[in-house]
Design a protein around this ligand. Structure first.
Ligand SMILES: *Cc1c(COP(=O)(O)O)cnc(C)c1O
Length: 457
């Protein structure tokens, strides 16, 4: 062991990884080699110094590789929750990097006294949504939970049966209501709920009317629910608050022209919802956060709720959110600088020409017979529970002639990993979610993986 640690090859590793990890790696590899030799492995694979050093280096490199890694999203799902939802705008990344050190998170630079972290994005949120007051939590699940807990603890929350949805990742409206200390009062049926159903359920025990955007799920056919304005009237007559969880959180419908109607924060507040909750990392295109906007008196109560401490938003998130909201002040800037909006707005023609040009421009390895790589039309989706059932025409690199699941696995083993989609017998990489400038990298991983996937088959 001392001889190995004194070897010049080891010096660089000690510098990069520290004494204990290097020692540990040698110990494990030596044990492995002894076992292999005892089992009859050839000397050059297990017994030589070179073999040992090679194994140690591989082990150290793997151990130091971060678990959370950048991937190339070739799925065409823009708000892919498993792949981290919204990629941040460059402005947000800069603001976030700036915020990692000391900052006036809870400190007033005017008075030199204690300030509130909840003041930082509130002004911008009010300006952008038209709300009287706003609050930021660490995600929308926390926002909904806080609203229910504050306004209906020990009382009833009235929700339509058609909106008792599971959003995914175990966010289920009934569970959230109950775990937040309230009782669930279901009204209407799965497919149809009327304003009168709500009205009939209200009583002394009611704390809150909750309207939920069903997000990833759609009831079609004989289905209806009251307009938000009708619910507002019901809540108003009863003197009860109405909260609207819109989830995906488009600030303004004009940001996505040509898309089907989706509730926007502004429309919901204008229609009279007392509080609106939504996610920071869905259509807003910012960091993971929960946003609450609405009546000042209600937001003031939420700010005093002790649960808010558990739902507290981090300073780097606040910084990224503030920078994202700054971009939203000008819809044109938002559309061109915020990656999710840019991806959602890119035309199929533009995506197809990026797909074709990059294929033509780059020297690609010859693909073994019978593998083919071509540009074909594809359909991408918004994701994140926004615009359920709506598909955007797009373009993809499509590889055929190789087991698509095997190719998918080799793409995931790429540096960085590339995640695509398997469709029928083909493997697709949709370019809507691959930003301009990253095509060559993605193509390199795809073609290398295709060659590897064919080796030995
Ligand atoms: C996505 C979503 C949530 C959960 O938001 P997170 O920010 O992921 O916690 C809650 N409600 C609705 C309607 C959603 O679409």
């Amino acid at each position: 062991m001392d001889a190995l640690l004194a070897d010049p090859r080891t010096a660089a590793w000690l510098e990069a990884w520290g004494r204990d990890p290097v020692r540990g790696a040698f110990r494990q590899v030596l044990e492995e080699c002894r076992r292999d030799l005892a089992a009859g492995a050839p000397d050059h694979l297990s017994g030589s110094a070179d073999a040992i050093f090679e194994r140690v280096e591989r082990r150290l490199t793997l151990a130091a590789r971060p678990s959370l890694r950048r991937v190339i999203n070739g799925t065409g799902v823009v708000l892919h929750t498993n792949l981290g939802r919204a990629p941040l705008a460059a402005e947000a990344v800069r603001a976030q990097a700036e915020a990692v050190g000391y900052g006036n998170v809870e400190f007033s630079l005017d008075t030199g006294e204690r300030g509130s972290r909840y003041d930082h994005c509130a002004g911008l949120l009010c300006e952008l949504t038209g709300a009287e007051a706003a609050l930021v939590t660490n995600n929308n699940a926390a926002a909904v939970s806080l609203v229910v807990n504050e306004l209906a603890r020990g009382r009833e929350v009235v929700v339509s049966r058609g909106e008792l949805v599971e959003i995914g990742g175990s966010f289920r409206i009934p569970d959230v209501v109950i775990r937040s200390g309230a009782r669930l009062r279901e009204v209407g049926t799965t497919n149809r709920t009327r304003a009168a159903d709500y009205e009939g359920a209200l009583g002394l025990d009611t704390g809150l009317l909750l309207r939920v955007h069903p997000s990833n799920y759609r009831v079609e056919g004989f289905a209806s629910r009251p307009d938000l304005a009708d619910l507002v009237a019901v809540a108003g007559r009863a003197g009860l608050p109405l909260a609207h969880d819109i989830g995906s959180g488009l600030l303004d419908a004009a940001l996505l022209p040509g898309f089907p109607p989706e509730p926007s924060v502004r429309d919901s507040l204008r229609a009279g919802a007392d509080l609106v909750t939504w996610s920071g990392d869905k259509l807003l295109g910012g960091p993971q956060a929960g946003l609450i906007a609405g009546r000042a008196a209600l937001v003031a109560r939420l700010r005093r709720n002790p649960l808010l401490r558990a739902f507290r938003v981090d300073k780097t998130t606040l910084a990224a959110l503030e920078a994202t909201l700054q971009l939203h002040r000008d819809p044109d800037r938002a559309a061109s600088r915020i990656p999710t909006l840019r991806m959602l707005r890119e035309s199929a023609t533009s995506i197809a020409s990026r797909a074709r040009e990059s294929l033509a421009r780059h020297d690609l390895p010859a693909l073994p017979q019978p593998v083919t790589l071509a540009v074909e039309t594809s359909r991408s989706v918004v994701g994140g529970g926004a615009f359920p059932g709506f598909e955007l025409e797009s373009a993809a690199w499509v590889v055929r002639g190789v087991d698509p699941d095997r190719l998918a696995a080799f793409c995931r083993a790429g540096e960085p990993p590339l995640v695509g989609r398997v469709r029928d017998a083909a493997f697709l990489v949709d370019l809507r979610t691959i930003p301009g400038g990253e095509e060559a990298e993605a193509l390199g991983i795809l073609t290398t993986a295709a060659v590897r996937a064919m080796e030995g088959t």
